[in-house]
Design a protein around this ligand. Sequence first.
Ligand code: HEC
Length: 169
Amino acid sequence: MASDKLAERKPNSGFKPNLLGIFVAFVIVAVAGSVVVYSLSDWTAPEKARQMPNPFPPTPKAIGLGMSTYQDRCQNCHGGNGNGKGERAEKLSIAPSDFTDGHAMSKLTDGELFWKISEGHRPMPAFQGKLSEEERWQLVDYIRTFSQPLVDSPAESSAPAPDKDAAPR
Ligand code: HEC
């Protein structure tokens, strides 16, 4: 009787499409695809990130703290004076940005710099999980000093922009 039972097995019991497996494979392909697209895409911060105000304005203290984080985490690529020529720079597929380029830096908002530091862009690592928000904003404050002279200008001042800014470009 036992052998009869074996013969009663449903003929197609082995054929069950593994929906979970298909789903997982789909997700992997989708994620891998978007990573490729992302790394090929240009590195543009979303508008909301661009507009984000800096909650840690460049006080001497914030800049000082930013400097020590920079020396630890950024200098080997971006260089001690921010010109993008750190020791590791030559071995990278993309040259690190030059923070001494005042023209390029002036086009970037604090929010955008913060976003870029947080997200990274190959070969630059993302610092979101590695540094606190405060540390990342302090870095923004510090890397601005490579292209901007240190002046203590009251941020809330309603005074008109200094004359030098009105000079022809
Ligand atoms: C492994 C080398 C490496 C390290 C470490 C690194 N960067 Fe970068 N960084 C790069 C490269 C390369 C680029 C240019 C990427 C691109 O244009 O796609 C870049 C770009 C940037 C930009 C964008 C500037 C612009 O012009 O848009 C900022 C801001 C920046 N890095 C800040 C930092 C800070 C702050 C740190 C330290 C916390 C850091 N980076 C650490 C390699 C590095």
